[in-house]
Design a protein around this ligand. Structure first.
Ligand code: IPE
Ligand code: IPE
Ligand code: MG
Length: 261
């Protein structure tokens, strides 16, 4: 995707010592970056605050990550905001998060317009509270005509549920006589996932140091490069994002083949 050189330079001025825009090859920016935003609770607890304060602080990091992605010219930024397993958390925290999703999205709609960002969701939105569902639909409707970066929020998302759902949809089509079972290949399955039509992530970032996927994009991450940072999500800045991209650009992606060095 195209990016604005002047805005980019301005945005990444005042670099810290270890990383700057000069370290980045703008011709090899990953098209799709995905982030598992983790560590809000630990960030709050370390400050003697309630976990919810960590989620609120995390919103600022997310806003910055969206802007960073636009400045760098990404095609897609996707983020894991709430998993199918996160319903196990205390009811109070779940309610707080659902309300935070709704209020934040409403508040950020002008930013999405200003930056020409189109919204998208991964996950089963039917199970969300009405307030959240309504605002999400409003966000989808109001940004549908935007033509810049796609910003995808995974909410009530679980990769296993996503794959089971895709299998169910395809099976139903076979049962209805619309589809031949022998026509079910990788493309057919991918086209029934929440990510249909989007490229697979090139780079996955996970904050807070956890070395696991927590049921995120199991299919789509088959050949994605991983970057795990101990930084907790509320501390994740444009510079940490740049470090992740610098690391990505130092990798050799082989996709199972042989790469001459
Ligand atoms: C990530 O932070 C946000 C969500 C899962 C909604 P956590 O809430 O998981 O924070 P930790 O991992 O407990 O520190
Ligand atoms: C993954 O984080 C889900 C999101 C970031 C939304 P969790 O905090 O839920 O993951 P686990 O429980 O540590 O694996
Ligand atoms: Mg966590």
């Amino acid at each position: 995707m195209r990016y604005d050189e002047a805005k980019l330079a301005e945005y990444f001025s005042q670099a810290p010592e270890d990383v700057s825009l000069a370290d980045i090859d703008m011709a090899r920016i990953p098209g799709h970056v995905s982030i598992i935003m983790d560590g809000n609770g630990r960030w709050a607890q370390a400050r003697g605050l309630d976990r919810s304060r960590g989620h609120v602080a995390g919103v600022d990091s997310l806003r910055e990550a969206v802007t960073t992605s636009v400045r760098l010219g990404l095609d897609v930024l996707s983020v894991y905001a709430f998993s199918t397993e996160n319903w196990k958390r205390p009811q109070e925290e779940v309610n707080m998060l659902m309300h935070l999703f709704a209020t934040t999205l409403l508040h950020e709609l002008p930013l999405f317009h200003q930056e020409n960002v189109r919204l998208r969701f991964f996950g089963d939105l039917e199970a969300l509270p009405e307030e959240t569902r309504k605002v999400f639909q409003q966000g989808l409707d109001e940004t549908a005509a935007n033509t810049g970066m796609t910003f995808a929020l995974a909410v009530n998302y679980g990769s296993r549920a996503e794959l089971a759902r895709a299998a169910r949809v395809l099976a139903q089509r076979v049962q209805d006589g619309e589809l031949d079972a022998s026509a079910i290949d990788e493309n057919a399955l991918a086209s029934e996932l929440y990510t249909a039509g989007l490229p697979d992530p090139d780079l996955l970032i996970r904050t807070s140091g956890e070395l696991r996927l927590s049921n995120y994009l199991l299919w789509q991450l088959a050949y994605t490069e991983f970057y795990v940072t101990p930084t907790l999500w509320p501390d994740f800045s444009r510079w940490e994002f740049l470090r992740a991209i610098k690391s990505f650009q130092g990798r050799k992606r082989r996709f199972g083949g042989v790469v001459n060095s």
